[in-house]
Design a protein around this ligand. Structure first.
Ligand SMILES: [Fe+2]
Length: 148
């Protein structure tokens, strides 16, 4: 198998938050990341690199807005303010890091594929397992309480 075909990140059962829309969007993000890893090489043009990074920024933004709607509308912010703030801070930190990568590319600097892909994979894995799952558990708990 050539190195380009190795998937940097694969869906794992323990990624499941139990909230369908969040899990579906995480699957899309993982798919996009794997596609980016397959398409990119260290010889890819800056335009190609910029296009892939912009695609990830756009989808991450859409996805974070979905989660942030749950955070505000389902009482996470009110009932778990510390966790909610930490969650939002992680989203902001991710956005600022990826925007910095975009700026670097716009200035004509190449970002090594491995650096980009491993940053994205590690961030996503850690964020899903430690932060989104906590949100998911809260949302499921709220739903259960509402049904009682
Ligand atoms: Fe999140």
């Amino acid at each position: 198998m050539s190195a380009e075909l190795i998937q940097p990140i694969a869906w794992r059962p323990d990624f499941t938050t139990g909230v369908g829309i969040i899990d579906d969007q995480h699957r899309v993000l993982i798919k996009m990341l794997n596609e980016a890893s397959t398409r990119l090489t260290d010889q890819s043009s800056l335009e190609e690199l910029a296009k892939i990074v912009q695609g990830l920024i756009n989808y991450a933004d859409y996805h974070f807005k979905t989660e942030e709607r749950f955070i505000v509308e389902q009482g996470y912010e009110r009932l778990r303010p510390v966790d909610a703030e930490a969650h939002l801070a992680q989203h902001r930190d991710f956005v600022s890091k990826v925007l910095a990568v975009r700026e670097q590319i716009h200035q004509g600097q190449r970002v090594p594929k491995d650096v980009l892909v491993s940053f994205l994979s590690e961030w996503l894995t850690h964020h899903i397992l430690h932060t989104d799952k906590a949100l998911g558990a809260f949302l499921l708990d709220q739903k259960q309480r509402a049904a009682q």
